[in-house]
Write a protein that binds this ligand. Structure first.
Ligand code: SF4
Length: 491
């Protein structure tokens, strides 16, 4: 083994006691669709199972754990952040760097970005979609859907979203299409788009082969891959016959999106390993202290520890039982494994998505039994980040971000919230925060102690979440209110 591979081995495998590295995988997430995070969750689980990193966390723009909470959650001082996006663009170059605290705006350089944030050494990589190995993932998706196909009769269409506003977003697709063209496995390879030319609606004119396989270059299943693309192209399933097109009959094969292919996990790991150049780092003392505080609180409360709507009860063997408080004493509950707990509790009893997990809508009917070493992860699965935020609050170390600062850093569609007056923000707060267990410190609401010190409802909210920002924007579009000149929009 040469020196470089020895170094890679040392920095990327295993975790000696108290040292390691944290890997954070970031997705877009959604306020409405629970399935939007499924691909990130699956890749995170697969990377975690490999045991190559001391810790693997997930984070999202539109749901919890949120981008703003993530660094506080990291166990180790060395943190690598990978955006699970298929291309460079507004999110990878503006939203994510801004929300994490980087000064950088624009396309991420090939070697990534490194800086120190919240005491952590943070390395931010390019999105996995630009990695050269993605060409093989596209080919794998195409092969999967075609089955018995003849490459010399088949046109491969790599379908991207595209946008006229940011030409960067098409680079990954053009690059992958060029690589596949160069390999000559398909009669033709075209990069087509939904929102820019050349458009996928023109597939029949832009390809010649009788068989066409369309592979969506999207990170996850969603509205486009499941609804708009099949609807707009007249696709009826994985294979659609078009018997009467001007040039003769054609067949269109439609694959699942590239981002959900299991081979993407390998691309992610390679992307991270290519960027590792530092030794394993120590554990954050505040991370350890928070875990110890949780165990102390859970063991010292005779009847169990109450956290929001959850009851944590100590078990005779040293483990813990978690369940909805309303299910206390019930024996007919469904046992849920720790790995499934986030997805299980991420929907209401009616199946609705819960993007902010501390909304008062925790489903009933489940129980999770975990050992002491898993308690922290179990609480995080149900209520992301509440432990770290409560512990920081108890230690006087939780920074509170007022609404004006949150509004100031919004961009794109959400920059409009900078015009919101106090009444509009207050109305958004009453519709959004009233149903939430957290106390909005950012709005000046008082909080005494937290659940760690005996108040089950003591869950601090240091900064307005994206649901609140979206609610303020909604308020603006439905009620006009012009702030008086010089008025400060603090609430
Ligand atoms: S801003 Fe409101 S809804 Fe969002 S997490 Fe804080 S308290 Fe809950």
């Amino acid at each position: 083994m040469d020196k470089t591979s020895q170094q890679l081995e040392v920095v990327s495998t295993g975790t000696a006691a108290g040292v390691g590295r944290t890997l954070i995988l970031l997705g877009h997430g959604s306020h409405l669709n629970a399935d939007s995070a499924a691909a990130v969750r699956r890749h995170a689980r697969a990377v975690r199972a490999q045991g190559r990193f001391g810790e693997v966390l997930e984070g999202y723009w539109k749901e919890e754990p949120s981008l703003r909470q993530l660094l506080r959650l990291a166990r180790f001082r060395d943190v690598t952040v990978v955006p699970l996006f298929v291309s460079e663009g507004y999110f990878t170059g503006t939203v994510i760097p801004r929300e994490l605290g980087f000064e950088w705006r624009g396309p991420v350089p090939p070697g990534g970005l490194s800086t120190v944030l919240e005491g952590r050494r943070v390395h931010y990589t390019r999105p996995y979609g630009v990695h050269p190995d993605m060409a093989e993932v596209i080919a794998a998706r195409a092969t999967e859907v075609c089955g018995e196909w003849s490459p010399e009769r088949t046109a491969l269409v790599v379908l991207g979203h595209g946008t006229g506003r940011d030409r960067q977003s098409q680079q990954a697709i053009e690059q992958a299409a060029a690589a596949l063209r160069g390999r000559g496995r398909f009669a033709e390879v075209q990069a087509l788009y939904l929102d820019q030319a050349p458009r996928v609606d023109d597939w029949a004119a832009l390809t010649r082969s009788p068989d066409v396989v369309i592979v969506p270059f999207f990170a996850s299943e969603g509205w486009h891959t499941q609804d708009t693309i099949p609807h707009d192209l007249g696709l009826t399933g994985a294979v659609t016959e078009f018997p009467e097109l001007p040039g003769g009959p054609r067949r269109v094969f439609y694959s699942r999106p590239v981002g959900t292919h299991p081979a993407v996990t390998r691309v992610i790991v390679r992307l991270v390993e290519d960027s590792l150049d530092a030794p394993l780092s120590p554990e954050e003392p505040a991370w350890r202290a928070a875990g110890e505080a949780l165990l102390r609180a859970a063991r010292s409360s005779g009847g169990g520890l109450s956290v929001g709507e959850v009851q944590v009860a100590p078990l005779p063997g040293g483990g813990f039982d978690l369940r909805s408080q309303e299910d206390a004493g019930h024996s007919d509950l469904t046992p849920v494994a720790l790995a499934d707990l986030a997805a299980w509790t991420g929907r209401t009893a009616d199946g609705a998505h819960r993007p902010i997990r501390t909304q008062r809508s925790l489903p009933r009917g489940w129980r999770a039994e975990v050992c002491a070493g898993e308690l922290r992860a179990a609480l995080h699965a149900v209520y992301p980040a509440v432990l770290e935020e409560a512990s920081a609050w108890e230690n006087g170390a939780l920074p509170v971000v007022p609404w004006a600062d949150t509004a100031d850093r919004q961009s794109g569609l959400y920059a409009a919230v900078q015009r919101a007056g106090p009444a509009q923000v207050a109305r958004a707060r009453s519709t959004t925060c009233t149903g939430c267990l957290r106390t909005p410190l950012w709005a000046g609401e008082p909080l005494g102690t937290t659940f760690l010190a005996g108040d089950p409802q003591g869950l601090p909210c240091p900064e307005a979440c994206t649901l609140l920002v979206a609610a303020v924007r909604e308020e603006l579009s439905s009620h006009q209110e012009t702030p008086a000149q010089g008025e400060v929009t603090h609430v």
